[in-house]
Ligand binder design. Structure first.
Ligand SMILES: Nc1ncnc2c1ncn2[C@@H]1O[C@H](COP(=O)(O)OP(=O)(O)OP(=O)(O)O)[C@@H](O)[C@H]1O
Length: 322
């Protein structure tokens, strides 16, 4: 048997379909394998298994493994708001869950250093994050969404002291984690236009931004600022979402509008950006969110608000090149 044949037959049968070439010269076995679709840890394991199997041959002194992988077109969508507390994290979690239910492989990056709430919203508050070397391994949620949060990297309350370079480094760690075959990363940005936003726009190339606001004027002025920042950085605005639109009293059935109504849609028109829909102010949304059960995960009354917005994000992404 030639040495090249011996190398091929030493490779375990379940890996042989991945082998593109196996060469042998002067004691060195060189194997090229197709690792498309594998995450970083699966690639490392493939490499180890090939090295062990082929390295066991008596004539082989050294094994060199080259893994080829398709460059994955993973898209990034940022979710931003002008001011805090308008429902940005709630929207991000529910968009992720709704998009995952429609068949996308979605990851959530909670980049909100000042109030990381995705572990609570996605029910992973008790999960520890693992790392392989410098690479973080995202946490799997029960909703088919994987996630990582600034809250899992830093002790509560410490982030306030963080400045530009530290923020940039932490963001990079989250974005460059082992996201495997994830198609889309949804990034929950902190409110406003600070270090995280700048680092995101400088170092990564979001395919689009969703901006959320309540209908009141003050929130809309801030949302306009966030939209300006994305526009300046040439990040397309997928659209504007109105949250806490009308309040349906569970006791008497009356509908009221504590933050006004319709302001976000008119603002979207004035700014020339799409309006993606509105989500009412509802006790069920707050309670479900606090218990780690995003309304979009179940057949709830409010799930359709989020799945309607998610469908528009999906169709934007299907039509975008970036
Ligand atoms: N449509 C809604 N109906 C009822 N409660 C809501 C709704 N949207 C958000 N909330 C509640 O409002 C609070 C703030 O929401 P959330 O954390 O999503 O806002 P945020 O904009 O991400 O805030 P932060 O700036 O702190 O990150 C949470 O308690 C959440 O459950």
């Amino acid at each position: 048997m030639s040495s090249e044949k011996a190398i091929k037959s030493a490779i375990p049968a379940e890996l042989s379909g991945m082998i593109r070439s196996a060469k042998f010269a002067e004691g060195v076995a060189t194997i090229v394998a197709d690792a498309s679709g594998l995450g970083r840890s699966a690639m490392a394991q493939l490499q180890r298994e090939l090295e062990q199997a082929v390295g066991a041959l008596p004539e082989v002194n050294e094994v060199r493994v080259a893994l080829m992988a398709d460059k994955r077109e993973r898209k990034i969508v940022v979710v931003g708001s002008g001011k805090g507390g308008v429902g940005k994290s709630t929207l991000t979690a529910n968009l992720a869950v709704a998009l995952a239910r429609s068949g996308m492989k979605v990851g959530v990056v909670d980049a909100d250093i000042y109030g990381p709430s995705q572990p609570l919203l996605l029910g992973t508050a008790n999960e520890k994050v693992r790392a392989e070397g410098q690479t973080l391994i995202p946490v799997q949620t029960e909703f088919g969404v994987s996630m990582l949060s600034m809250g899992q990297l830093i002790e509560p309350g410490r982030a306030i002291a963080w400045r530009g370079p530290m923020v940039g480094k932490a963001l990079e760690q989250l974005m460059e984690a082992d996201w495997g075959d994830t198609d889309l990363l949804l990034v929950d940005l902190p409110p406003g236009t600070g270090d995280v936003q700048l680092s995101m726009l400088q170092n990564f190339k979001p395919a689009g931004a969703v901006v959320i606001s309540t209908p009141q004027d003050l929130a809309l002025i801030d949302a306009t600022r966030a939209i300006d920042l994305f526009k300046q950085a040439k990040v397309p605005i997928i659209g504007l979402v109105e949250n806490m639109a009308g309040y349906l009293c569970p006791e008497c059935g009356a509908v009221s509008a504590p933050f006004g109504q319709g302001g976000t849609e008119s603002a979207a028109q004035a700014l020339g950006v799409p309006f993606l829909g509105r989500v009412p102010l509802a006790m069920e949304i707050r309670v479900a969110s606090d218990t780690g059960q995003p309304p979009a995960a179940n057949e709830t009354q409010h799930g359709p608000h989020f799945s309607g917005i998610a469908a528009q994000v999906a169709s934007y992404l299907a039509g975008s090149q970036g």
